[in-house]
Every structure is written in structure tokens, then in C-alpha cells.
Design a protein around this ligand. Structure first.
Ligand code: SF4
Length: 268
């Protein structure tokens, strides 16, 4: 891990995040130690390293909390996406507490906050998260198979720990989202769909694994494309699972699912 001093901790939202209605993004880290094979962030201009090294490096913005304290008034009441090009709950966050410090700094200014993560560590900050009036915690759960997860996201947390963490978030009365983006090969599509429906997240987002050529979504890496081909997962497999879901609840596809929590949302 490298430590850097950033110039700013909130950046004007761009691309699909801006189109979704967010004004700001917040990334306490640059690079990502979870290193998902399909991550679109590895293609962004700020990550100017060989794609093969994605997941092997990350930088901590060591002055992130200090900056957040200074800049939080600027984002008061506006929609903030935490995080767009990294994960705010990387293992390093346990000791560095950058995301936690940012949440503390934001609290008095009550932005409309979306926390997007794969990290069960998010439950550590429920004492703060429950005090935001407009917030949603999105957890990425792209498959039902640990074998598939290990192939595509070898350094990311196991799936069951994500389900468990999101259940704790929900039990604390905080709105939740589940992102099956991209949907990776499934062991049992019917059972996975049943589980998603039974969990009843406030927002459910799916996306087919496609070559976005560096744009929104996934399958931007050769390694991921090869893994997918080996498993013979097709768009028809994806559509079959989505059809089951659509019959029973609202499902947003791709960009359409990344919108801020409503401004008048009460914490239960
Ligand atoms: S956790 Fe998110 S930012 Fe990190 S590698 Fe995976 S998809 Fe990319």
C-alpha cells in the first residue's frame, strides 16, 4: 500500500454516476486490493498502470479525513457516491479508518449518501450510517457460487459474509441495495433468484456480463472474458434469471439502478 496526499476528497460526478443523479463521488483509496477481474475501474485514466497489476496495488489518500472535514459543507444535502473507482471497505480500512472519518465529517451536512461495497466491514460503521437521514448501502453479490467468486474475485470477501453483513445493515433499519452487476455464472438460478427476492432489498440491480470496452459495467478484462468463456455463461442464462426476478419484484438493469436514495427517506 502506498500513501498519498490528495488535493480533494469529493469530485464532481461523471459518466453513469452523474447520469444517475449523483453530484459527487468520494474515493478514499485509489486502486483496489479486491482486484476483481472484470473491474471497469482499471481502465480509468487515474489508474495508469498495466491492467495485469490491477488488484496488486492501491493508494490510501492519507489526508482524506482532513480534506473531508474542510470540504463537507460543499456537498451538504447533495447526492454523494462512495465509492466509484475503489471499494470504501477494503481490508486496509479496518486500521486506516478513512471511510469512517469521512462519514463522521459528512454527518452534520446530511448528504444523500450511497455506499457501494463488497466489504462486510461496513457493519463496523453502522453507528454512523444509521444517523444519515438519506442513505442506502449497496452490496455487490454477483453470483451464488463461491467457486465462481474465487475465480473472478479471488481477493474479495466470501459471498456469505456479504449476505450476513447486508442483513445486519437491514436489521439496523438502513435501506439496502443488492448489485448483481455483472451477474457471474450461477450454480442455481432459481434458488439465487428466490434468495434475492426473500431478502427484499430496497433496490435490486442486475447487469449482463458484457464487453463495455471501458464504459459502464464489466467484462473489460481479457482474464474475465476467458473465465466466462470457460463457463459457457451466455446472455440467455442471464435473461432466464432476470425473468424469474421480474415476475416478482422491481429489478433495475445496469445504469438504471444506480440512483441516490430519496431525499426525504426516513431512517426506520
Ligand atoms: S471491489 Fe469494485 S473497485 Fe474494487 S476491483 Fe472489485 S469492482 Fe473494482
Amino acid at each position: 500500500m502506498e500513501q498519498i496526499n490528495a488535493r480533494s476528497i469529493f469530485s464532481p460526478a461523471t459518466g453513469f454516476i452523474r447520469r444517475g443523479g449523483f453530484a459527487w463521488t468520494c474515493n478514499p483509496y485509489l486502486g483496489c486490493s479486491f482486484g476483481c477481474t472484470y473491474c471497469y475501474a482499471m481502465f480509468l485514466p487515474q489508474n495508469r498502470r498495466p491492467h495485469a497489476e490491477w488488484g496488486k496495488w492501491f493508494q490510501a489518500k492519507i489526508n482524506a479525513v482532513e480534506l473531508a472535514r474542510k470540504q463537507a459543507p460543499q456537498v451538504a444535502g447533495q447526492a454523494v457516491y462512495l465509492s466509484s473507482v475503489t471499494d470504501p471497505y477494503l481490508p486496509a480500512e479496518r486500521s486506516l479508518c478513512l471511510t469512517r472519518g469521512i462519514l463522521e465529517a459528512l454527518l452534520p451536512y446530511q448528504p444523500r449518501l450511497l455506499i457501494q461495497t463488497r466489504g462486510p466491514l461496513v457493519v463496523r460503521d453502522l453507528d454512523l450510517i444509521t444517523r444519515f437521514r438519506s442513505i442506502r448501502v449497496n452490496m455487490s453479490i454477483p453470483t451464488d457460487s463461491e467457486e465462481v467468486r474465487r475465480a473472478f474475485e479471488p481477493k474479495a470477501p466470501p459471498l456469505e459474509r456479504r449476505w450476513q453483513a447486508l442483513a445486519e445493515v437491514k436489521a439496523a433499519g438502513v435501506p439496502t441495495g443488492i448489485c448483481v452487476t455483472p451477474m457471474l455464472p450461477l450454480e442455481n438460478a432459481e434458488e439465487f433468484a428466490r434468495r434475492l427476492i426473500a431478502f427484499a432489498p430496497d433496490v435490486l440491480v442486475t447487469q449482463h456480463f458484457h464487453d463495455a470496452q471501458g464504459g459502464f459495467g464489466a467484462d473489460t478484462g481479457a482474464a474475465a472474458r476467458q473465465l466466462l468463456a470457460e463457463r459457457r455463461w451466455t446472455e440467455e442464462d442471464y435473461r432466464r434469471c432476470v425473468r424469474i426476478l421480474h415476475g416478482q419484484r422491481t429489478v433495475y438493469e445496469a445504469e438504471a439502478g444506480f440512483f441516490p436514495p430519496p431525499s426525504d427517506q426516513p431512517i426506520q
